[in-house]
Design a protein around this ligand. Structure first.
Ligand SMILES: Cc1cc2nc3c(=O)[nH]c(=O)nc-3n(C[C@H](O)[C@H](O)[C@H](O)COP(=O)(O)OP(=O)(O)OC[C@H]3O[C@@H](n4cnc5c(N)ncnc54)[C@H](O)[C@@H]3O)c2cc1C
Ligand SMILES: *[C@@H]1O[C@H](CO)[C@@H](O)[C@H](O)[C@H]1NC(C)=O
Ligand SMILES: *[C@@H]1O[C@H](CO)[C@@H](O)[C@H](O)[C@H]1NC(C)=O
Ligand SMILES: *[C@@H]1O[C@H](CO)[C@@H](O)[C@H](O)[C@H]1NC(C)=O
Ligand SMILES: *[C@@H]1O[C@H](CO)[C@@H](O)[C@H](O)[C@H]1NC(C)=O
Ligand SMILES: *[C@@H]1O[C@H](CO)[C@@H](O)[C@H](O)[C@H]1NC(C)=O
Ligand SMILES: *[C@@H]1O[C@H](CO)[C@@H](O)[C@H](O)[C@H]1NC(C)=O
Ligand SMILES: *[C@@H]1O[C@H](CO)[C@@H](O)[C@H](O)[C@H]1NC(C)=O
Length: 589
């Protein structure tokens, strides 16, 4: 089982929310608001809360999904999208799970709550437009503001050596916070792994899972410590707020942004199961928070995107912005499993499991490791990657600005592959059995999410282009070879592990590469990057203030603005970037 596999155990049905400005029907929507936010997901509700909290401005969120998971179309809480085939993975296709519900993907995700390493956010700053404020230091205050830590009960750090440091966290509890919570139960079978791996050459224990450093730490879940239920953007940024100036229109699709010249003036909406179209005016700004899959589609439908694609779809071009829908990234993995013939002893410290409805007592051990830690041939791998022609593994006829931006990413990654501060692989041990999931945490392949020109309003074409760059296979192979070493040598060696998957016959690097092309999965449901915050001459879509190039009063705030993916699950970074984005809006256009 992959550490980040989804747990579709939604807690929303157990809540009895106060519905504030919930607009069940578009007939109740006002004609104009100060801010209109497209998508009531993870980022969208965070931004809406912050823009409405002063009471000075009116805010409308338009969300395609419904408030309740059993809403109007029972059971349908995710979109129904299948990817394009990935030729480098034997033309396999993959299910593209993303949330279609108020709360977005934060309402359906696996609740594993992690940050990336400091480097990831520093790279955002390197790639964004000049004089931006994005960096680890620039985002840390927003991690602290946006997420409140529930520390573990004292006996857990004592028994399991859980390390945390409040200097990385806020703990200003309100009944509408987002919570990162250590569970009050740890499987004692994780302990031997922790003990053995902390002494393995190159593996450090980080002082806190949110310290921004590479190494090993226990992870938290996004769980409300009081209720034991899922803590997500709806519970944190909608329920109980009851603000007269904050409306949420559910079950309604935003079809496009409306413009006067190049200035965004509002949105065109269509309620589900109707053919009605309605315009809503935004006096101050429109903010697109529709997520990595749909944000590029809304831009395309609004005339912002690669001109040739828009022309094929019959959409008048407002801004020729080639990068909209490119630079698509996710984490990829293949699960590897071992069996111990001499199982580790069950150690003391067995605490009463206090498994709550949502967190299921889940806790895991995560290792974000650099390439030098994992691979003895890291420098030749980095050199081989740097020597690539940047256009060679991008789609044919990729626009020159996108190639230039990819070249910049290639130089940065090749530099960082030599450093101990940048994670190339992440290993997750979710259960305490010797089944580790090596995740390629910074893939170098880039995919696309583009409208289908023959049916632009239908679901876009999600093309992972997984492992289209063979360096991704090399990195994944290095990860599995490292895992083999940790399982069979050092302190874990005493348990006499045999490899079950991939197992006999797949020993060499070459055979492992073949196995990965058959088995690897290009997504742990962390799609990012399709409206990247990069310089325009590098194929960027938004500037360092998250403003869409070539348009006025239009921003994107969601996972699509991440220029490079982070070395951890993505939702915590989305909350932080949304908090920062809201402050950028408050600072003015
Ligand atoms: C199954 C699954 C498991 C995951 N596991 C984890 C995990 O364990 N830990 C973790 O940290 N992250 C996890 N993630 C990823 C994380 O949840 C996402 O990265 C994050 O929530 C994305 O936030 P967002 O604001 O960019 O998009 P979303 O939260 O997806 O919000 C986008 C919203 O826009 C709405 N929308 C789209 N188009 C339109 C339109 N045209 N009109 C109106 N509304 C529209 C959507 O319905 C949606 O509500 C997982 C995701 C999934 C789907
Ligand atoms: C999902 O999409 C497929 C193909 O487009 C379709 O056959 C199927 O009925 C859809 N399922 C649901 C639940 O909408
Ligand atoms: C994948 O599909 C393409 C296009 O249909 C085909 O040319 C190619 O041979 C296929 N590759 C594999 C490995 O099946
Ligand atoms: C960035 O800041 C420097 C110094 O403050 C200034 O000289 C320069 O013009 C700025 N560049 C841009 C693009 O704003
Ligand atoms: C805690 O949150 C409240 C309400 O949001 C705010 O007024 C207060 O300033 C915060 N305190 C700290 C120490 O951040
Ligand atoms: C949450 O806090 C607000 C004030 O911050 C209060 O008005 C509201 O009643 C509280 N709701 C619950 C469910 O505790
Ligand atoms: C919407 O329009 C389509 C095509 O014209 C039609 O088939 C459908 O019945 C209409 N739906 C509603 C709810 O009016
Ligand atoms: C180790 O495991 C192998 C294969 O399961 C088995 O043949 C062997 O006897 C074991 N050795 C020890 C010392 O347990």
């Amino acid at each position: 089982m992959a550490g980040w596999m989804l747990f579709l155990t939604c807690g929303v049905c157990l809540l009895t929310p106060v519905l504030g400005g919930l607009l069940e029907s578009y007939k109740n929507v006002k004609g104009a608001y100060d801010y209109v936010i497209v998508g009531g997901g993870t980022a969208g509700l965070t931004v809406a809360d912050r823009l409405s909290e002063s009471g000075k401005h009116t805010v409308l969120v338009v969300e395609y999904g419904y408030l309740e998971e059993d809403g109007f179309e029972a059971g349908q809480t995710t979109y129904n999208i299948t990817s394009a085939p990935s030729p480098a993975l034997g033309n396999r296709t993959f299910s593209v799970d993303i949330g279609c519900i108020v709360g977005g993907s934060s309402a359906v995700n696996g609740m594993i709550f992690q940050r990336g390493t400091a480097k990831d956010y520093d790279i955002w700053g390197e790639l964004a437009s000049p004089n931006n404020t994005w960096s680890w230091d620039g985002i840390l205050p927003y991690f602290k503001k946006g997420i409140q830590l529930t520390p573990p009960k004292p006996e857990i750090p004592a028994d399991f050596n859980v390390k945390y440091d409040m200097k990385y966290w806020g703990n200003n509890y309100t009944n509408h916070s987002i919570f990162a919570t250590y569970p009050n139960y740890l499987s004692p079978s994780l302990y031997p792994f922790y003990q053995a791996l902390k002494n393995f050459p190159g593996i450090k224990v980080t002082e806190d899972s949110g310290s921004g450093k590479t190494g090993m730490s226990y992870w938290m879940t996004s769980t409300d410590p009081k209720t034991g239920l899922r803590s997500y953007s709806r519970t944190g940024h909608w329920d109980n707020l009851n603000r007269a100036n904050y409306d949420l229109l559910q079950g309604t699709r935003v079809r496009k942004i409306l413009f006067n010249g190049n200035t965004a003036t509002g949105v065109l909406i269509t309620p589900r199961n109707t053919n009605n179209s309605l315009s809503i005016i935004a006096h101050r700004e429109v903010i697109i928070s529709a997520g990595t899959v749909h944000t590029p589609q809304i831009l395309h439908l609004s005339g912002i995107g690669p001109a040739p694609l828009l022309q094929r779809a019959g959409i008048p071009v407002l801004v020729d912005l080639p990068g909209v829908g490119s630079n698509f990234q996710d984490h990829s993995y293949a699960s590897v499993s071992f069996r111990f013939s001499t199982p580790p002893p069950v150690l003391p410290g067995l605490l009463n499991p206090q498994i709550t409805p949502d967190n299921l007592g889940r806790i895991g051990l995560g290792l974000s490791l650099s390439l030098p830690t994992v691979s003895p041939t890291f420098s030749s791998l980095a050199a081989r990657y740097l020597a690539q022609d940047p256009a060679a593994y991008l789609p044919a006829n990729t626009h020159s600005t996108i190639v230039a931006g990819y070249r910049r990413q290639q130089e940065i990654y090749a530099r960082e592959m030599l450093s101990d501060d940048f994670a190339s692989l992440r290993f997750s041990a979710p259960s305490g059995s010797p089944d580790f999931t090596p995740v390629n945490i910074h893939p170098v392949s880039r995919g696309t999410i583009l409208i289908d020109p023959s049916s632009p309003e239908d679901e876009p074409i999600v093309d992972y282009r997984a492992a289209s760059n063979p360096v991704d296979i090399d990195i994944a192979v290095a990860g599995i070879q490292f895992l083999r070493k940790t399982m069979t040598t050092g302190e874990l060696g005493q348990y006499n592990a045999t490899e079950v998957v991939p197992g006999p016959g797949w020993e060499s690097d070459e055979k492992l590469g073949e196995w990965l092309r058959q088995q690897s999965i290009p997504s742990v449901y962390h799609p990012v990057g399709t409206a990247a915050m990069m310089r325009r001459e590098w194929g960027g879509v938004v500037d360092g203030r998250l403003r869409v190039y070539g348009a006025e009063r239009l921003r994107v705030i969601d996972a699509s603005v991440m220029s490079v993916i982070v070395a951890g699950t993505t939702s915590m970074s989305v909350y932080a970037l949304a908090e920062k984005g809201a402050d950028l809006i408050k600072e003015g256009w």
